[in-house]
Design a protein. Structure first.
Ligand code: NAP
Length: 230
């Protein structure tokens, strides 16, 4: 019998995070659907009720206390996280030299620190149990190999997220894998209506990494299930 895994997805109330959650729930995982707005995340969970086992929780990744509260809530319920999808993200700013400190801080807090806090909270127990999958939803804009394009704060935040991915992959042991994914340009509120990819296409590589078998890669950066350069 297959072990029923529990996945925690951040920024799951809409866009790619919602689709990843739907796909993981339909693969028989228990999905902790998290988002920063209670009404939005409860509505999203209601929308996925027929897809499988989903449980909403309010989690603002930019607030470390919120991550701690989530960990404590799960501990009290006796729940452990087997799969962590760091999907929450914001896309703001322009050239770095004219980006305000507030925007720079907000983008880094959400896209980088948010993932760092959730990894610190949920990865050590994965290592203890000897199983875990972490997928950091990054972007080609965070790749040195692709020129760190896009808004400066966003590119910086995703480059830092890539560095976090590689570093943590070196720190874990057992059947614990840490990878990053670029979903491509996807039709969401962030990607806009002109983007060529559907949310299903954007979610595909993320879901693949979240459900890798023991032979799968770790410490890599993937688009369309293929490794890409950092
Ligand atoms: P989206 O539709 O704008 O969704 C972003 C999600 O992140 C929303 O659920 C949003 O919640 C949530 N979020 C933002 N700040 C948060 C916080 N502090 N705490 C918790 N949740 C927060 O964007 P998307 O296109 O689905 O993007 C998902 C991921 O893919 C992001 O990391 C993005 O950088 C990456 N990505 C997207 C594209 C693309 O073309 N769409 C390309 C490359 C990478 P609210 O509803 O509360 O705002």
């Amino acid at each position: 019998m297959r072990t029923r895994r529990t996945a925690l997805v951040t920024g799951a109330n809409r866009g790619i995070g919602y689709e990843v959650s739907r796909a993981l729930a339909s693969e028989e995982m228990r999905v902790l659907l998290t988002g920063r707005d209670r009404t939005a995340i409860e509505a999203a969970a209601e929308g996925l009720r027929n897809e499988g086992d989903v449980l909403p929780f309010v989690l603002d990744v930019a607030d470390r206390r919120s991550v701690e509260a989530c960990r404590e809530w799960l501990r009290r319920r006796g729940e452990s996280v087997d799969v962590l999808v760091n999907n929450a993200g914001i896309y703001e700013g322009g050239p770095l030299l004219s980006t305000s400190p507030e925007v720079l801080r907000r983008v880094l807090e959400t896209n980088f620190w948010g993932a760092a806090w959730t990894c610190q909270a949920f990865l050590p127990p994965m290592v203890e149990r000897g199983y875990g999958r972490v997928v950091n939803v990054s972007s080609g804009y965070g790749a040195f190999a692709e020129g760190l394009q896009g808004p400066g704060a966003y590119a910086l935040s995703k480059a830092a997220l890539n560095a976090l991915t590689l570093r943590l992959a070196h720190e874990v042991s057992g059947d614990v894998k840490v990878n990053a994914a670029c979903p491509g340009w996807v039709r969401t509120r962030m990607g806009g209506s002109e983007a060529p990819r559907s949310v299903e296409e954007g979610a595909d590589t993320i879901v693949w990494l979240a459900t890798l078998g023991p032979e799968g890669p770790s410490g890599g950066f993937f688009r369309d299930r293929q490794p890409i350069e950092w």
